[in-house]
Design a protein around this ligand. Sequence first.
Ligand code: PLP
Length: 436
Amino acid sequence: RAPPPLPSSASAALLSSSSSPLLPTEASSRAAIVDAMLSQVAQGAEDAFYIVDVGAALDRLALWRRLLPEVEPFYAVKCCPDPMLLYALARAGIGFDCASMGEMRQLLEMGVPAERILYANPCKQASHLRFAARHGVGLSVFDSSAELHKHAALLPHADALLRIAVDDSSAACVMSCKYGAPLADARALLLEAQRLGVRVRGVSFHVGSGCTSPLAFVDAVARAADVFSAARSLGAPMDLLDVGGGFPGVDTPALSFAAIAAPLRRALHAHFPSGVRFLAEPGRFLAASTHTLAVNVIGRKPLPAAPPSAPSEMYFVNDGIYGSFNCVLYDHAHPSPRPLPTPSLADALAAPHTLASVWGPTCDGLDCVVQSTSLPRLPVGSWLYFEDMGAYTVAAGSSFNGMPPPSKLYLHALRHAAPLDPPRREAHAALQAATA
Ligand code: PLP
């Protein structure tokens, strides 16, 4: 599959050069990111900011291709619709899972061909379906009779995947409470699709985001195989299985991508011997490690009367629950702060640490980022940073209390000492010209 056409801006030239700065390099290391943050602070930064390293997503993609080569990733845009991240992934040749017209438009404007878009929201607004039809999106998902009727009426030339409910009880964020047809309904839905003239190419599922059990994937694959059998018995064999998202954003001692990929591959080979195309919709897996967030300590309150087991310091920082750290509420995240080792913090870093809580900047008592963690004594004006903040963070942040989301600095642009604007404006102009 050809990569999308490149816009002609200087920033695009950076992306496309043969010594592409987006290729994973030694500069994609954590140390380079810390250096970039220190340099921003030395230049007088005060607002919270992100260092974005899209090379980290390409490293993850390389890992995916090594450990799960038969499954084509379609990046779940909702997880982090950062334009540079999307652009790098598009150039790497993968597809995209879109939830809405807005996401499809963003990709089409970037030059991503419609055949690389999977409209994977099981419940879609009619105008968004019409948009998909106008732009030639050829694959979508349904899990109910009502959605099937909308598909037949508004996206008639596209194929469909039947999303089934699976066991997502081991995930941080469950989805089967809302989406996925029960297996018992699958046959009736397939029959209805036949009546309506919708070609159901296969099955999709989602084991829940932040899935902690490789067995959840194995079990879901077996359920999907049952639906394939039902479709065969109805004379409408399937040839596409979408194993969804749920893959970990970072490897931990408790769960690695390898620990999921190996049994998943075995299950795919056992249940689907040949002739079936496999897709997946990873979000967190690709996005998490691309963003590192630096926040400024804008206030502190000692709590001298606190018992030894409770935080004895409160730190206030300039991004919080209503911004990037909405992940604490929506994604059940437990962010882990690290002090940025600026020269002025050297003594504090060497001194004993104390228990502290970390709070966001809004006037709401809910706005607590970390309840209790061990930190050095941080003067106002010092910095904390949080790694692996790419997934489900800025994507759902707000400007509550008049506090906008942090700005972003792209690691490779910093290295090349040139601004690396998202290519969107020029790509949009190119799309307009092409479709005029
Ligand atoms: N696919 C669908 C339909 C989703 O709703 C989501 C997340 O909400 C994803 C994929 C991505 O999931 P994850 O980030 O766990 O890979």
